[in-house]
Design a protein around this ligand. Structure first.
Ligand code: ADP
Ligand code: TMP
Ligand code: MG
Ligand code: ZN
Length: 182
């Protein structure tokens, strides 16, 4: 089973991922939680929401790290991954093979669009294999409508630029297009 939670920044992806992860405790079901090691905004080795609800997580960036954690915990077939947009595309292949061939249930959360309004490839590659895709919306900081875009406030042109309210705001399509015209 593959579940994808996607949307722009502040849309509630990490909140929803943690809600689902935390439910395992009540079901007495073991699960593994991963975050990308680039994400240290609210602490080391955690998945955190912007409101700082947190759970301890494996902090990784390399595929070998993930494979060895899975091997060490080979009885646990239930995994949760945040910030999936930061992981290289080989992680998408690994997730697909875990789900398709190895009986894993995988839930990933991540951005679907960059601040340049381009697709994040690692999430895009997973989409056709998903059993469920949940697209969440933030609130547009300019007009209050639903927001799917993450607008970068700082001049960097890099695809990956870690940050939160210091460097990004949520905007709807119309307000995003207006900002890009100015
Ligand atoms: P994500 O992982 O999608 O960035 P989180 O789950 O970490 O989102 O955080 C969602 C929380 O962010 C909301 O519950 C809300 O308190 C806060 N928030 C800050 N800015 C906004 C916004 N523009 N729209 C909606 N929620 C916002
Ligand atoms: P969030 O979705 O949990 O708020 O986290 C998104 C992270 O992705 C945050 O660290 C900012 C980063 N980011 C990029 O690296 N590039 C982008 O184009 C966007 C929109 C966000
Ligand atoms: Mg998040
Ligand atoms: Zn707007």
């Amino acid at each position: 089973m593959l579940n994808i939670i996607c949307g722009g920044m502040y849309s509630g992806k990490s909140t929803e991922l943690l809600r689902r992860y935390q439910r395992n405790k009540y079901a007495k079901r073991k699960a593994l939680l991963f975050n990308h090691s680039l994400d240290k905004r609210y602490g080391e080795s955690v998945v955190s929401t912007h409101l700082q609800d947190q759970e301890k997580a494996y902090s990784i960036s390399k595929i070998d790290e993930m494979i060895s954690i899975l091997n060490e915990n080979n009885e646990i077939k239930n995994i949760y991954i945040d910030e999936f947009q930061f992981f290289q595309e080989e992680f998408s292949q690994l997730v697909i093979s875990l789900v398709e061939k190895k009986g894993y249930s995988v839930t990933v959360a991540g951005l679907d669009l960059t601040s340049d309004n381009k697709s994040f490839k690692s999430i895009e590659k997973l989409m056709p294999y998903a059993d469920e895709i949940l697209k969440l919306k933030a609130v547009c900081c300019k007009c209050g409508k639903n927001a799917n875009k993450s607008y970068r406030l700082i001049p960097s042109k890099k695809e990956i630029e870690v940050g939160a309210s210091d460097s990004y705001i949520a905007l709807c399509r119309e307000c995003f297009n207006k900002m890009h015209k100015d």
